[in-house]
Design a protein around this ligand. Structure first.
Ligand code: FEO
Length: 392
């Protein structure tokens, strides 16, 4: 296997998962990587492990550099099993290794996952670990992505091992940002942020502030490429996403039973296009919710449509709204629309869900009986214009 060096004596030893297409419900069309890093000094440290089925890749990469059993410290930056899954095997293969993890949440989380008694060093903000010539320090970043999350900072080489933060689900043959290109990386970084970190925007802003006081030459996340040439691009993007900054853009998300709600969605889009505002339109039967959420990230308006089914919303729309609510988008306006047969009910139910998601509902909902007539289609287009003028 080819060696990837971040700096002299510091290696990427992770695993490439080319085939994964669903990461706990998040569509990973381009695969992912589980990044682990090896630091060679008087003492040898492994930063994170990999998802359990990929342990052999980790062992093979480490073994090309140093016998695995020589590892002195295994640092767990994050308890989630895409990074800790092979920890029991790693601790077994390196019997002298001490586990290094965040005090309380890391220790407790790993105990509750693996029920093992490992010799553990519990670290806190500012704790230092001396490896020889090199020193590590630890920066808790709670909820990015779990309470146990922390970054490990290699002081001497100015490398930040940032775990999930700044990561992307992206499998590539190359490991660095300047080898892959921002056009490929940034959409995946945005999708990662939108689906994994959006609920924690306030904490992201604090974390970015905290990291701005640190001299960083390289950011080495737990997924995707490492940042060495475009650090400002990703840090600035996180600062913007954390503050929920948005652009003049509307996302229309709907499902349809016999095509009427779809007609309404298209009329809304035409109204928005006519105003020169960016619009994206998604049929929930044909599109993936985690792709849609990436578009929601920087949108100012979200228009959700559903036919009425049994006095409520279509199941696919209900699922999407449940997902959206959990991600707590901020600073957006929303509205509902849809066709109904007799009693109706979908548009009101959508409005409630949008409000519960923290979205400002700006209309009482466009609801038309069965197949919309020309005048009703015109009302949809006019509503598209109204929304556009509000978000320009
Ligand atoms: Fe990549 Fe939250 O684990």
């Amino acid at each position: 296997m080819s060696k990837v060096q971040l700096a002299k004596g510091i290696y990427w030893v992770g695993a490439i998962d080319w085939d994964i297409r669903n990461f706990h419900g998040y569509s990973t069309h381009l695969g992912t990587t589980y990044n682990a890093y090896l630091i060679i000094d008087d003492k040898i440290a492994l930063v994170d492990t990999v998802k359990a089925p990929f342990f052999d890749q980790l062992v093979e990469r480490v073994s090309e550099i140093v016998p695995f059993e020589k590892i002195d410290f295994i640092i767990s930056n994050h308890v989630e099993m895409d990074h800790s899954g092979s920890l029991p095997m790693a601790m077994r293969e390196a019997p002298s290794a001490k586990l290094v993890t965040l005090d309380r949440f890391g220790v407790d989380g790993l105990n509750k996952h693996f029920h093992c008694k490992w010799e553990t060093i519990a670290v806190k903000e500012g704790s230092e670990l001396k490896l020889g010539k090199r020193n590590l320090t630890f920066i808790p970043t709670p909820m990015l992505h779990w309470p146990d999350s922390m970054c490990t900072y290699l002081i001497d080489d100015k490398i930040l091992f940032s775990m999930d933060a700044f990561g992307q689900h992206l499998a590539t043959a190359k490991r660095f940002d300047d080898e892959v290109g921002l056009d490929t990386i940034m959409p995946q970084a945005a999708k990662y942020y939108a689906n994994i970190l959006m609920p924690f925007g306030d904490l992201i802003v604090k974390a970015v502030d905290k990291l701005s006081n640190i001299d960083i030459a390289m950011v080495a996340p737990s997924h995707g490429i490492m940042w060495r040439s475009h650090i400002n691009d990703i840090v600035n993007a996180y600062a913007s996403w954390g503050k929920s900054e948005s652009v003049a853009k509307a996302v229309i998300i709907y499902d349809t039973m016999w095509g009427s709600t779809e007609k309404m969605a298209q009329a809304l889009a035409e109204g928005i296009i006519g105003e020169g505002v960016e619009v994206k339109l998604y049929n929930l039967t044909k599109s993936d919710k985690s792709d849609i959420i990436k578009e929601v990230l920087d949108a100012r308006a979200i228009l959700v449509g559903s036919p009425t089914l049994n006095n409520g919303v279509f199941p696919s729309v209900a699922e999407f709204l449940c997902y959206l609510k959990g991600l707590k988008p901020k600073g957006k306006i929303g509205a509902s629309f849809g066709s109904y047969g007799w009693a109706g009910g979908a548009t009101k139910a959508i409005q409630q869900e949008l409000q519960d998601a923290g979205i400002e509902v700006v209309d009482s909902g466009l609801a038309f009986k069965f197949v919309p007539v020309k005048e009703e289609m015109q009302k949809c287009a006019e509503f598209g214009i109204t929304v556009s003028r509000r978000i320009k």
